[in-house]
Design a protein around this ligand. Structure first.
Ligand code: CA
Ligand code: CA
Length: 384
């Protein structure tokens, strides 16, 4: 069985340079905080002791917990205190781009899901007979990966299946992985720019630019010496537009400092902890890691949702999207938040590791500021 490993990225020779990008479509407004949040329901006026109320009582607030049948098994959502976040907002229509294996239609996402763009330039690995094109459909044995990530972020609260962190999220699938799971570095760099609303020559303008990018992937087959300059430039460019880049730390049990994009500045790098809040052996660690989120372990994997059915996997691929989902809720409540604000608030509100640190026996194998606490983060954003 394939571990829910991060995708690998093969450094391919790339002849192009991409220094000039001038067409910058507008992002949704980012300067005006939403003025008011739904008020906490006030206690109902005491009913008369006799007779019948003359009007219906207010509708109940968002059901807690949701009625989706898989929800009681989604222990990772309890671990990040998602119901406390949903008490602040039940969902936000914020766009999250999933740079991954591409679009696979999900009943949990419906019209909230966009088939974005296929950035896989190498026809030998694309599986669709050509290079880049406007159909981001996933092809091959790893195609479940993007769908699973997308469901984790945004599965509907609809009484069916599973629930995502932000059940109102909008997902844009940007295909960067070939059928073999590998990714060309220039494809990733261009995809980051496009997903964040920047122009990429030869590619149509992105009509659905994202506020959050989820990168459950990393660069492989190059020396693990740090952040690749091309990817770094793309990430810096979208960050300057207010787009938050969230990445998995990778699954090699090593220092994330050598990995792209985990080691890149302006990336919110997420590693995994198990149900007890401790680092599984696979999870990368170190100073580049900002936060931890539930990622499961080999013996106790995460309860995920794919192709209309439960899927059990572990990995930092599935830790990062939970943070991306929380970030999308935060940016929905306050669209003026900049990426650095979101990162700061997530770190400040993170829950301490139950054992004091994620690996009690090691002061070296650190996992960032703590375990993402969606409820505390949303309360900070909403000033509650
Ligand atoms: Ca193609
Ligand atoms: Ca559902």
């Amino acid at each position: 069985m394939i571990r829910a490993s991060l995708l690998t990225l093969t450094l391919l020779a790339s002849g192009g340079t991409d220094a000039i990008r001038v067409v910058v479509p507008a992002l949704p407004p980012t300067t005006t905080p939403r003025p008011t949040l739904p008020a906490t329901p006030t206690p109902a006026t005491p009913l008369p002791t006799t007779g019948t109320p003359v009007r219906p009582l207010p509708a109940a607030p968002t059901p807690r917990p949701p009625g989706d049948p898989y929800y009681p098994q989604q222990w990772n959502l309890a671990q990040i205190h998602i119901e406390d976040a949903w008490a602040v907002t039940p969902g936000e229509p914020v766009t999250v781009a999933v740079l991954d294996t591409g679009y696979v239609r999900s009943d949990e996402l419906g019209t909230r899901e966009v088939n974005g763009y296929d950035f896989v330039s190498d026809p030998a690995r694309s599986g669709d007979g050509d290079g880049r094109d406007a159909d981001a459909s996933g092809v091959g044995p790893f195609a479940f990966h993007a769908e699973t990530v997308a469901n984790l972020i945004g599965a509907a609260r609809d009484g069916r299946g599973a629930v995502g962190v932000n059940p109102d999220a909008r997902i844009v699938h940007v295909r960067v992985a070939g059928t073999d799971g590998t990714i060309a570095v220039q494809d990733l760099a261009d995809a980051v720019r496009w997903a964040g609303g920047l122009n990429v020559p030869g590619t149509p303008v992105n009509r659905t630019p994202a506020r959050v990018l989820n990168l459950s992937l990393f660069v492989d087959f190059i020396p693990l010496t740090g952040c690749d300059a091309r990817v770094r430039a793309a990430i810096d460019a979208v960050t300057a537009r207010g787009v938050l880049v969230v990445a998995g730390a990778a699954n090699d049990g090593r220092d994330a400092a050598g990995y792209t994009p985990a080691a890149c500045p302006n990336v919110l790098t997420v590693t995994a902890v198990d149900r007890a809040g401790q680092r599984p052996a696979y999870a990368n660690w170190g100073a580049r890691v900002a936060l931890a989120a539930p990622g499961g372990s080999d013996t106790d994997p995460l309860p995920l949702w794919s192709a209309g059915a439960p899927l059990l996997r572990d990995g930092t691929s599935f830790a990062a999207p939970q943070v991306a989902g929380v970030a999308s809720l935060m940016m929905g409540v306050n669209p003026a938040l900049k990426p650095a604000d979101v990162t700061r608030l997530l770190k400040a509100s993170a829950a301490p590791f139950p054992a004091g640190r994620c690996e009690p026996a090691s002061a070296l194998h650190t996992c960032g500021s703590g375990i993402v606490n969606a409820g505390a983060a949303l309360r900070l954003v909403a000033n509650r």
